[in-house]
Design a protein around this ligand. Structure first.
Ligand code: SF4
Ligand code: MG
Length: 326
């Protein structure tokens, strides 16, 4: 469904006087494929490039290099008109449901807007279609005449999801779709997304720093660090047998799961303007050796892959279930 090949995007950085201070390589040579009907989670600390990657995947921002194939078609080669037509197939759900809905539009107007934009249903059928979409996300259709401020965060996120579904998308990118919500509401919205993915056969890219959420919903997991994928594979394998020291540290940092990340990770994330040579994780890696500074660790094309020179000689990770039991 979606394939990224060696995608890169940098953003120029300027000081207060407007002088160039170099560039942040937010996404630096990422290759990924997301099969139809599957859920890929992209995880990592804030600033690792995961939101940029999500926007590149939808071509909401342009890559500097690399290609992005959607149903086998290179999005970069599409004309503006063809891309506009393609937009109905790809939607983004934002983190903040308070910001993503226009306060001057009723729920009905907000959900009907994409229907109109893409000519999905005739005007006479609009109201019915909005009602259907609202019930699909667990909201009573009578709520259509109300305004966004009359709803709770969870309900607003449901409205935003209804709006994203209106154009009949095949691919949805959710950028931290539940992290602004109360913990008690997060599970409900995640369960809703999971049902929709299954029932509508959606392909979903979930951007999240919350490994509990990811574990619940993802088929595959990609772990990012400083603009690169350091590990990627089937969720059960990445969680059950993490190969990369960074993934292991992230998993160990899940609340209630052993030591915190601080105990495992020394120092701060290095500047993305001037990342470390070789393995970018080496300044915080407890296993780093000379080769780690000299050579960029390669990442395989398929399977459960990790970019670490020493992955075959590290001690085995403690499996999550063993830790839970202990
Ligand atoms: Fe650590 Fe070296 Fe592996 Fe990087 S390549 S994660 S520094 S052991
Ligand atoms: Mg982000």
């Amino acid at each position: 469904m979606l394939e990224l090949r060696d995608v890169a995007r940098a953003f120029p950085v300027r000081d207060a006087l407007g002088r160039s201070k170099g560039a942040v390589r937010a996404v630096d040579g990422v290759s990924l494929s997301v099969p139809r009907g599957s859920v890929l989670a992209i995880v990592g600390e804030s600033g690792c490039g995961k939101s940029t990657l999500g926007r590149l995947a939808l071509r909401l921002i342009e890559p500097d290099s690399g290609s992005i194939l959607f149903e086998g078609e290179d999005l970069r080669s599409l004309s503006a008109a063809a891309l506009r037509a393609r937009r109905r197939d790809m939607q983004l759900i934002f983190q903040d449901p308070f910001a993503s809905l226009d306060p001057r539009m009723t729920v009905e107007q907000a959900v009907a807007e994409p229907l109109r934009l893409h000519g999905i249903v005739p005007r006479a059928k609009e109201r019915d279609r909005v009602a259907e979409l609202l019930s699909r996300v667990g909201l009573r259709p009578e709520l259509a005449r109300r305004w966004p401020h009359e709803f709770s965060g969870g309900q607003r996120q449901r409205i935003a999801i209804a709006r994203a579904l209106a154009s009949g998308p095949k691919l949805i990118v959710g950028d931290e779709p539940v992290s602004a919500l109360d913990v008690s509401v997060q599970a409900q919205v995640i369960n809703l997304l999971q049902d929709l993915i299954r029932e509508l056969g959606l392909t979903f890219v979930l951007i999240s720093h919350d490994l509990g959420v990811v574990r619940h919903i993802a088929d595959r997991v990609a772990v990012m660090y400083l603009g690169r994928i350091v590990e990627e594979g089937p969720a059960a394998e990445v969680f059950g047998n993490p190969k990369h020291p960074y993934t292991r540290a992230l998993l160990a940092a899940v609340p209630g799961q052993g030591r915190g990340a601080a105990a495992l990770l020394e120092g701060d994330v290095p500047s993305p303007i001037n990342p470390p040579s070789g393995c970018r994780f080496r300044t915080r890696c407890p296993h780093a050796e000379a080769i780690c500074a000299e050579q960029v660790p390669p990442l395989a094309d398929h399977g459960h892959r990790a970019a670490c020179h020493l992955q075959h000689q590290l001690p085995p990770a403690i499996a999550r279930h063993e830790r839970d039991a202990g």
